[in-house]
Ligand binder design. Structure first.
Ligand SMILES: NC(=O)C1=CN([C@@H]2O[C@H](COP(=O)(O)OP(=O)(O)OC[C@H]3O[C@@H](n4cnc5c(N)ncnc54)[C@H](O)[C@@H]3O)[C@@H](O)[C@H]2O)C=CC1
Ligand SMILES: O=C([O-])CC(=O)C(=O)O
Length: 260
């Protein structure tokens, strides 16, 4: 499997280390796209891949799948072209799909080109359960309570726990575009971004990015708490988010799929 990555940050570097160096996958990252020439060239040399600042050249190179590990804006800008270039795509910045029309258009584009959009479970879990629970529209309520350190949320001078946000997933991702991709993913798997309730707390006493998901419906109830260790170089991002992309790549083309 030939892999391309959009972005040269934290997740990109983690994947390069574990795919190209540690060989945790039958495949290789062959191409990187980014805007930071210096960082990109350094990664390309270190991990034996090509680096491009020109998207057209990047996307026309020989690849089977592209991993987006950049930003919501970058995803909105490039995903269509990735699919039209006949590549599958794995999206990290799920917040790009806050616009239902855009999600619908991308699904149609993928279908037209017989390609696949993967939305990995990122820093959370329980998405298989939500999808099963909603297969006959029986899911009634879904909420996520996220608790992060001031550092993770880019805040200074916080001395005690504070509720920063209480509202819909639709508004949460607008307010925290680098921290609430998980809320959009929950919405897509469950009852939509208007109905999915989000609370965000800043807590100076914790180091782990903690997400508590509650769901209620005809199936019963779910309560799931994930206490994520942050990535060493970027406390905003949980380590599990990078692992989930690696796992999505490992599971692609397997003869067995686990979970609904
Ligand atoms: N789905 C999930 O559960 C999670 C999703 N994320 C999201 O994954 C994405 C990547 O995360 P990290 O690697 O930790 O972020 P990062 O901040 O370390 O790296 C982002 C990269 O995007 C690049 N970039 C930004 N604008 C660009 C542009 N216009 N053109 C090309 N490159 C551009 C930056 O130069 C940087 O290399 C972020 O959007 C983050 O919010 C992070 C954690 C969990
Ligand atoms: O890594 C996390 O804990 C969640 C996150 O940043 C996101 O969903 O954007």
């Amino acid at each position: 499997m030939k892999i391309g990555i959009i972005g040269t940050g934290n997740i990109a570097k983690y994947l390069l280390e574990n795919i190209n160096k540690n060989r945790k996958l039958e495949g290789k990252i062959v191409a990187l796209f980014g805007r930071n020439e210096k960082v990109g060239q350094l990664l390309a040399e270190q991990y034996n891949a090509d680096f491009f600042t020109d998207f057209k050249i990047f996307i026309n190179s020989e690849m089977d799948i592209v991993v987006e590990a950049a930003t919501i804006g970058v995803t909105v800008q490039y995903i269509k072209e990735v699919l039209e270039s006949k590549k599958d795509v794995i999206i990290s910045s799920i917040g790009a799909f806050n616009d239902n029309e855009f999600l619908k258009e991308m699904k149609e584009t993928a279908q037209l080109h017989t390609k696949h959009i993967y939305l990995p479970s990122g820093a959370i879990g329980g998405l298989d359960l939500l999808q099963s629970a909603n297969s006959l529209n029986g899911l009634k309520e879904v909420s996520i309570t996220t608790r992060k350190s001031p550092e993770s949320l880019g805040l200074e001078g916080v001395t005690k726990e504070q509720l920063l946000f209480d509202g819909s997933a639709r508004d949460a991702i607008e307010k925290f575009p680098q921290n609430m991709n998980v809320a959009l993913l929950l919405s897509i798997a469950g009852i939509g971004a208007e109905k999915t309730r989000v609370r965000v707390l800043v807590d100076p006493t914790i180091e782990r990015n903690t997400h508590t998901i509650e769901a209620d419906g005809d199936f019963g109830t779910m309560l799931l708490t994930i206490e994520n260790n942050p990535m060493p170089d970027n406390p905003k991002t949980s380590y599990l988010a990078a692992l989930s992309i690696l796992s999505t790549l490992q599971n692609k083309n397997q003869s067995i799929s686990i979970g609904s």
